[in-house]
Design a protein around this ligand. Sequence first.
Ligand code: SG4
Ligand code: ZN
Length: 264
Amino acid sequence: YCYDEPHCDSYSWGDMFPSCYSLIDHHDSPINLDEHMVRNASLGALYLEGFEETQTGHWTLKNDGHSVILQVGSGMAVSGGGLPDVYHTIQLHFHWGGPASNGSEHTVDRRRYPMEMHIVNIKSIHPNLSAALDDPTGLAVLGFFIDVVYADNVHFGHISQKLSSVAYKGQATKVKPFPLMSLLPKHNMSQYYRYYGSLTTPPCSQAVVWTLYEVPIYISWSQLAQFTSQIFSTEEDAEQVTPLQNNFRHIHHILSRVVSASID
Ligand code: SG4
Ligand code: ZN
């Protein structure tokens, strides 16, 4: 599947992946966050287990042709915050735009942020990803908007400095583990939006409990530019200097769903 080419964008994924065609009862992602919001005072901060520690072993950063993925091994899990179970953290990845356009997947009051980071977590009862994709709450994805400032984010450098080693699909490199918490906002981690949706890539499985944090992560213009200019889908694209850009799915209707806000 692809994003940014004529006749091959997220509107046409359903030709090859039938569940990517949104039907009336579908719970698709991403959505615009502003409609049908209901405050839920019982939604407290999630418990992010192992996020403060430096895990042992090594992590792997890879390019799958659609995004850059950091596979984080074992040792981290998320729970609480209204999640129905404990979920083990498996990877994080990014969605971005182009040199002059923003690329978050979710929007807030129709505003699109420059980037979005997804931390993917799998319900601990499931032996593998395919089992989780058959469960309406099989995955819990934590979404963070990424906004841009002048100063580099030194913690984000753990990832952005390695991007040149994963320029195109199939390339991978080892990353020394670092506390995942160092990437996340320092304040207001109890403020987030919650709704039930899908993977934002094929097979578009309706298997995701979404948590979108209100406070963004800040990185520099040059760190953002590394994503929009140094990552390619294929080796051929790299040779022709055609970077992977705008790797976000189009916005879906909320239909009868409700977005809960922990936000006061
Ligand atoms: C990205 O394309 C990742 O590369 C995928 O990771 C991920 O799939 C996919 O996005 C969908 O995830 O949070 N945006 S999302 O809904 O995590 C899964 C891999 O394929 C299943 C490893
Ligand atoms: Zn994603």
